[in-house]
Design a protein around this ligand. Structure first.
Ligand code: ZN
Length: 369
């Protein structure tokens, strides 16, 4: 292909991907084929199969856009490129038949930062907002990678972002830049760790601290200590359910009495794809949730959507640390929350309301259903 034409086609491809709310674009050379896949609403899908002989030219063009070394094909490279005000992180990796390139769209989340778009049911939303006004304590959001934890935390931070609060965040990497929040990025190469940054925060007169993720004992200890000494601490943990978060913190060496006195709320969260309103159809059979048989919808696919889905919505499980739960933590007994809506129940409600499908719920919750 002529070079100018190629440049134009790649620009078009990237802009089109941004329009489709793509989060990642994969360029993959194989022995006999070349394919471009995109992750849309959390699901990786085949988009294009350009001729294999374009593989090198496409890789070279992307590397030029990101100011990487185009001659280097034997070692991985990282960088970023900007197109139409969107920043994309680029990662190259030598594979069997050339170089695989992955682009990750970095700041496509900003528009999702309003509370209304999180899909939080009214009761949970007001509970979250109320707890954000507390001067101290720990609020955790849990879930696997890609479950929208960061967006939930950032929405909280955005709400707290006022002149009278000093907000510090430590992240790896900084996902969404926000004016008014002091964001620090972990830099392991330079020896700058989560724990080190957190210790510095404590000398920076903070009101609110956001910790990208609690990964180890040291970070957990500082988070708990800060949450008990007049700071509101927000963080994420990589666990499947809200109750598992308590077990995980115990395993990291946090004593039960410290957890009971500092933890305020644990949110477990997932994202499910929403049915496209233009093409969804009612399933022939009813589905039985608990005792009740209800109709549900199936995904079809049309020109307005991809495979019958368009956009995503959150599922939430709120474990509020009430005096009863505090007592259960102190007694080291099984945690039995009163009236907690589980992820499964939250998902079934969306199926019943025709917002998502049973298949999607199974995909996202897997063994939890
Ligand atoms: Zn559709």
């Amino acid at each position: 292909m002529h070079n100018e034409k190629l440049v134009e086609s790649i620009d078009e491809l990237l802009l089109d991907a941004l329009n489709k709310r793509v989060s990642d674009i994969h360029f993959e050379p194989y022995r006999q084929s070349y394919r471009i896949r995109m992750r849309i609403d959390g699901v990786l899908q085949n988009m294009l199969s350009p001729p294999l002989d374009l593989a090198k030219q496409i890789a070279a063009r992307l590397k030029i856009m990101a100011k990487l070394n185009i001659a280097e094909q034997r070692l991985p490279q990282d960088g970023q490129l900007i197109i139409d005000q969107y920043t994309m992180r680029i990662s190259t990796l030598p594979v069997l038949n050339g170089e695989k390139i992955v682009l990750r769209v970095m700041d496509n989340h900003e528009q999702q930062l309003s509370f209304n778009e999180l899909g939080l049911p009214e009761q949970e939303l007001s509970l979250f907002c109320e707890l954000l006004t507390h001067p101290q304590g720990l609020i955790l959001v849990t879930g696997p990678t890609g479950s929208g934890k960061t967006v939930t935390l950032y929405s909280g931070l955005k709400r707290l972002n006022k002149t009278d609060r000093n907000i510090c965040s430590v992240e790896d990497p900084i996902e969404i830049p926000i004016e008014g929040i002091n964001q620090t990025q972990v830099n392991l190469k330079a020896g700058l760790t989560f724990a080190q940054i957190l210790r510095s925060f404590l000398r920076q007169d903070p009101d609110v601290m956001m910790i990208g993720e609690i990964r180890d004992r040291e970070t957990a200890e500082i988070a708990i200590q800060a949450a008990q000494t007049g700071h509101l601490v927000l963080s994420t943990l990589h666990t499947n359910s809200s109750i598992e978060a308590l077990t995980r913190l115990n395993q990291m060496g946090i004593e039960h009495y410290l957890l009971a006195s500092s933890l305020k709320l644990v949110i477990a969260q997932r994202l499910v794809r929403k049915l496209c309103p233009h093409c969804k159809v009612v399933a022939c059979e009813l589905v039985r949730f608990e005792e009740e048989a209800t109709p549900h919808f199936l995904a079809v696919g049309c020109q307005h959507c991809i495979g019958g889905y368009r956009g995503r919505i959150g599922l939430y499980e709120f474990l509020l640390i009430t005096p009863e739960i505090q007592q259960q933590i102190l007694n080291k007994t099984k945690i039995i929350p009163n009236k907690m809506i589980s992820l499964k129940t939250a998902g079934e409600k969306l199926v019943r309301e025709g917002i998502t499908t049973l298949a999607e719920l199974h995909r996202v919750l897997g063994g939890h259903i």
